[in-house]
Design a protein around this ligand. Sequence first.
Ligand code: GRF
Length: 205
Amino acid sequence: MSVVLLISGRGSNMQAILDAGIPVAAVLSNRADAAGLALAARRGVPTGVVEHRAYETREAFDAALAAQIDRHAPRLVALAGFLRVLTPRFVARYAGRLMNIHPSLLPEFPGLDTHARALAAGAKRHGCTVHFVTAQLDHGPIIAQAAVPVLPGDTADALAARVLEQEHRLYPQAIRWFLDGQLVIEGDRVRVKELHAPPTPSDRA
Ligand code: GRF
């Protein structure tokens, strides 16, 4: 029933997931100085560090990370501000049970600096996306999105804060759906099964 969270920094999404009562088996980071690690430890959640700089190749790092993850035999691996590009091999190992949250309305603005880029593009709305991870960065079947308005005079920081509030609501919800067996990947799309709905033929397959 449990989840392993991967973080690289402050861990506010991690905190929202813990606050929501999601069963978290461990929080792992590629950086020993990730602020979220101390926070997780204070809450009694096991933590671990797999320092990416200690490995010569992405493949070696990913293999070490996978070994740490698999000790907890999680149902789901959730990236929560994890700032490393993962190898196709790692992604394949956790296919269908590797999730990410990205601070834009994908497929708009994959990559970094999404808030500044949304402002520069004159976007009138922005937001966040929870998606399953595939080998292509910030792509993969979309599970859920939340949009916020871009307001006159917004700075990247102000916009980021507005989006973050939605991230903290959306990510625990998406993880809960996963753990409750409500997410069905159908090709490039994700269907959210309504609880108590009559089963469709593909549910039975
Ligand atoms: C969030 O904006 C998340 O969408 C992105 O990285 C940031 C992580 O923030 N992937 P936090 O560490 O969860 O506070």
